[in-house]
Design a protein around this ligand. Sequence first.
Ligand code: FAD
Length: 372
Amino acid sequence: MLFELCPEERGFLDRVRTFVDQEVLPETRRWEEQTAFPDSIWPRLGGVGLLSMTVGREWGGASVSCSAYVEACREIAKGDPALSMNIAAINALCAAHIERFGSEEQRKKYLPGIVKGDIKLAWGLTEPDAGSDARRVKSVATPIDGREGYWHLNGEKMFITNGGKADLIILIARTGEKDLSAFLMETDQSGFQLTDRIHTVGVRASNTVRFSMIDAVGWHTPCTFEEAISLLYRGRLGIAGMAVGIAEKAFELTVDYSKQREQFNRRLADMQSVQNMIADSAMEIEAARLLLHKGATLYDQGENIVTISSMAKLFASETANRVTNRAIQIHGGRGMTFEYLVEKLWRDAKLTEIGEGCSEIQRLVISKQVLR
Ligand SMILES: Cc1cc2nc3c(=O)[nH]c(=O)nc-3n(C[C@H](O)[C@H](O)[C@H](O)COP(=O)(O)OP(=O)(O)OC[C@H]3O[C@@H](n4cnc5c(N)ncnc54)[C@H](O)[C@@H]3O)c2cc1C
């Protein structure tokens, strides 16, 4: 199996790298301090094609392969992990949902604006009482009499990425005692009420919020819960890409630092225990990248990726956490200061073990497939 990108996608990723070098990495600390991305980021992301990687050309989308999508998430994470997390979710869970499950009318209404960055998106599954156990969602959807396709939404959502900035939220709610489905909810309505901005230790620039819905109007996208949730398989590869990008960046910074810093009349790079940490990190990053590329290739070949996407996310996220931890160790006291980027990467890495299903849930998915 060969991980290959066509010349057009290699060109796309070159543009992503240039964008990251010029417009993302230089700003990452500022965005974190401000706990926000500037509003101007959205049309810029749209211009590079980063908001429509999963959207077809007929809608003006970039329509790249899963292989190119995970590579883009990886490259962006090297500049700003919080931005990578947003892009991973917006593409795989939000835009893809509208294209796959939306009606022609819904696609026409939203996709052109999404592609350009005029319509900002979020994906709302998690609630105060429904996290890993996603089927416990309590938000209720009730059909509105005389308005076919429109439902009233009541309930609360928590930990929603970009939720305070989004114009449109793809939302999972209960349609019956045992049934759940998905709805498009515009945020410019009185029934949508932001409750809290949630400040996290990592990915701080990302706008994570809690909100409530009181008779908010939602537009149904007919699909089962399982169908809506199946978008998480590709989504998890995006988070795995983010994790690999974080690990690679921390590793690059650490290798450079170990060659410069001297103690006991020799470089850190010449000390065997430091070399051991560098060897372990190099090997684990390589293995994470291989799992990531295998998962993306299988997706592009139309294969089932349930197991491989959980494996890639699990391994890559734990790798990112180990590698960033070692990065701080090798930087010593300086590694714990805000002057060195490794501390931020270490904090940002934690999200990859939690978002889109914590590590324990990935282990459940893998073992269920293996033992069936
Ligand atoms: C920064 C950030 C952004 C997020 N963005 C979004 C978003 O955009 N949209 C969205 O819907 N959600 C989002 N989430 C929510 C995220 O998906 C959940 O936090 C995650 O699924 C875990 O749910 P929980 O926090 O309720 O933890 P819980 O479900 O309470 O689990 C806590 C811990 O218990 C253990 N555990 C739970 N269940 C099991 C089990 N069956 N077996 C073994 N151990 C278990 C695990 O260690 C787990 O970490 C975001 C979260 C964060 C932190």
